[in-house]
Ligand binder design. Structure first.
Ligand SMILES: NC(=O)C1=CN([C@@H]2O[C@H](COP(=O)(O)OP(=O)(O)OC[C@H]3O[C@@H](n4cnc5c(N)ncnc54)[C@H](OP(=O)(O)O)[C@@H]3O)[C@@H](O)[C@H]2O)C=CC1
Ligand SMILES: Nc1nc(O)c(N)c(N[C@@H]2O[C@H](COP(=O)(O)O)[C@@H](O)[C@H]2O)n1
Length: 617
């Protein structure tokens, strides 16, 4: 991550750096001091530096530092730049994304099985990490604590004489050993011994105290105790796997007592993975749902449990959405799924290509190679006169249905899809893979889903929750975008928090070429250091034309162009590198891809070629 400064609010220092004034850079061209010195900036801190800092156990942390409120804790967490994958579900809330709010039932949650309070996944992390003492209202505590209570086991409790103040001491669950059910103690009648996993204690020495003060304004202060480690020895997922929290289980219980089958509740939960994960339910099982309703079922043996309306039991699949004879779906009032094979697929699912795509293989990334820069594929659709749209700002369909499936297949084979801001403004694209089997389209998690990357040096993209990329991310059908900006970009903190909340981010690049354009090796290096091993660059005209220039051809591995049988005319957006003269000054071809293969696909022809010289790194 050393090549990229995580986004900050714009400051005069950042502007100075953008205009080339002296600012000490590291060997990668990064102006570190901008983020580190500026007040009020969201600074990028390398992961290892944060860990080093955490190793030092501040003595008496709970007394030395005044407690901050939840808002402050969230802001600090964001400043430390470590929010990557915790989508908010507050897209429709008009107030600040960072401001914790007490739960309210909005239109969305009225239809949802979840009752997640705002910013839940981030607040769970704050309450898991307890980096700094925090003071929150009793109402906030009671709202959020049930969603994190799986981490903590109460050790002891003290109450003040007047009864206004209670102090509870908790230890991390992994500090406590677990045993098999005692063989010597008789089990209550009808009860089988629990298959409890035996766990040695002492795995984590994290301890906190929770001081509850009840008065005119009731507050709760949460802080590490002096003897505690400064960090857990594991992450939050680990605990979520070991035990489910009671906030999540309460949602399941509430649905159970309506008389629904546990498997139907489980299916409905899985249909909203964003909220499920945010509530700590990544590892929820149907047995968990069954267990939480067991007591109610014993008390109500006459109730015949049923699936939710519009759902039914199907052998081999369990509970699934019912299909009408005509293929339509009652439950979601969806259009028939294009692929028609599974009732659970969203309506925009594309069938996996049934025609051979092996002609692409030599041009695709080989992720086992160790490389400094990602594999770069340029892939776009062009007319016969090398135009990619009818005019700037206008989306133009050039790929036929087969070529479209091929493009989505190509997306699935790359870690990231990159476009310029001109394209995002023109097309408002999804940039996800919608093939059946991809995450959100029948596949697990974000399987096959590439990371959208938008090059937007000045921060012109008015990114908002209704953008397709963010909607796609919220719906679990793709990843949230990373936006590549230059140091001068004006990124206000709310926008930053919003994007981070969806799991996206801003990457600030400070390497320029002589025309004050971002240098592509800087962008590619930043992506590589974020773990991106392959990137498919789709457009638009400015980005593609620039990358086909000699300055960059050593970074481009393959080019895959879908040629459409049409002329878009001179007003179109063209793809064309700068002209080239030979040594005698005579015009020469600007670029000749090698190992070229032409393959007809429906009404299109696909041109595949290689660009980078074979021996370059
Ligand atoms: N047929 C197809 O396959 C495709 C077609 N398209 C079409 O292309 C059109 C958009 O193309 P175009 O308008 O050229 O926009 P682009 O998507 O190429 O974006 C151009 C902008 O990106 C930023 N940018 C690009 N490279 C750099 C760099 N090296 N340094 C700094 N900034 C950079 C600049 O932003 P700034 O101006 O802020 O400095 C620039 O103006 C649309 O009509 C779209 O539909 C797009 C993709 C595929
Ligand atoms: N392969 C291809 N063929 C075309 O005809 C196109 N117009 C494009 N455009 C690119 O695809 C993006 C749209 O993606 P979503 O379908 O919204 O996911 C668009 O922004 C261009 O990058 N590509």
């Amino acid at each position: 991550m050393d090549h990229v400064s995580r986004a900050s609010t714009s400051s005069p220092r950042a502007m100075a750096s953008a205009s080339g004034s002296a600012s000490p850079r590291n060997e990668n061209g990064l102006a570190r001091d901008e983020a580190e010195n500026a007040d009020n900036e969201f600074e990028y801190a390398p992961e290892h530096a944060r860990e080093d800092a955490m190793d030092e156990d501040p003595p008496q942390a709970e007394d030395a530092t005044p407690p901050m409120n939840l808002f402050g804790a969230l802001e600090k967490q964001a400043r430390q730049g470590d929010i990557h994958d915790s989508p908010l579900h507050t897209a429709s809330h008009e107030t600040s994304e960072t401001q914790p709010r007490t739960p309210d039932v909005d239109a969305e949650s009225a239809h949802s099985l979840f009752n997640n309070p705002p910013n839940l996944s981030r607040i769970r992390r704050v309450l898991f990490e307890c980096r700094d003492p925090i003071e929150i209202s009793l109402e906030e505590f009671e709202t959020y604590w049930p969603f994190i209570d799986n981490v903590w086991v109460k050790q002891r409790s003290n109450a003040s004489k007047e009864g206004h103040c209670t102090t509870d001491y908790y230890m991390c669950r992994l500090r406590r050993p677990t045993h098999r059910t005692s063989d010597s103690r008789p089990l209550p009648e009808g009860k089988r011994p629990r298959k409890k996993r035996v766990r040695e204690g002492g795995m984590c020495n994290f301890q906190i105290k929770v001081v509850r003060f009840e008065g005119a304004y009731s507050t709760v202060t949460i802080a590490r105790t002096p003897g505690s480690s400064s960090v857990h020895s594991h992450d939050l997922d680990y605990i979520d796997r070991v035990k489910r929290n009671s906030g999540l289980m309460e949602s399941a219980r509430k649905e159970s007592v309506k008389g629904y089958l546990p498997s139907s509740i489980f299916t409905k939960f899985q249909e909203d993975p964003e909220k499920l994960h945010e509530a700590g339910g990544r590892f929820l099982t149907v047995t968990d749902v069954r267990n939480v309703s067991a007591k109610w079922r014993i008390q109500n043996p006459e109730v015949k449990l049923v699936p939710h309306e519009g759902y039914e039991y199907q052998k081999g699949y369990g509970i699934v959405k019912s299909q009408n004879a005509d293929g339509t779906n009652d439950a979601a009032q969806q259009k028939p799924v294009q692929s028609g094979s599974s009732p659970l697929l969203p309506p925009d699912t594309l069938s996996f290509p049934q025609f051979p795509l092996d002609f692409l293989q030599p041009y695709l990334p080989n992720h086992s190679e160790r490389r400094e820069f990602p594999h770069v594929t340029l892939s776009y659709a062009s007319s016969m006169d090398s135009k990619i749209s009818l005019c700037p700002g206008m989306q133009t369909v050039l790929s036929g249905p087969e070529a479209k499936l091929m493009t989505h297949y190509l997306r699935s084979r790359h870690d990231a899809i990159l476009i310029g801001v001109g394209t995002v403004l023109a097309d408002n694209p999804g940039l996800n893979c919608r093939l059946e089997g991809a995450g959100g389209f029948g596949g697990l998690g974000r399987m096959w889903q590439p990371r959208p990357v938008v090059v937007d040096p000045m921060g012109r993209w008015p990114i908002h929750p209704e953008c397709r990329m963010l909607r796609t991310a919220v719906e679990g059908k793709g990843k949230a975008p990373w936006v590549v900006v230059s140091p001068g970009a004006q990124i206000n903190p709310q926008r930053l928090m919003m994007l981070k909340g969806y799991g996206g981010d801003f990457l600030r690049i400070v390497e320029y070429n002589q025309h004050w354009r971002l240098r592509w090796e800087g962008v590619l290096r930043a992506l590589a250091s974020e773990g991106i091993k392959s990137v498919m660059i789709e457009g638009g005209g400015t980005v593609l034309s620039e990358l086909l220039n000699p300055e960059y051809t050593n970074f481009i591995d393959s080019i895959i162009v879908t040629v459409a049988p049409t002329y878009l005319g001179r007003g179109g957006v063209g793809v064309s590198p700068d002209s080239k003269l030979d040594q005698e000054g005579k015009p020469n071809a600007a670029l000749n891809p090698r190992d070229v293969k032409w393959t007809p696909l429906g009404q299109n022809v696909i041109m595949c070629g290689k660009i980078r010289a074979q021996d370059t790194p």
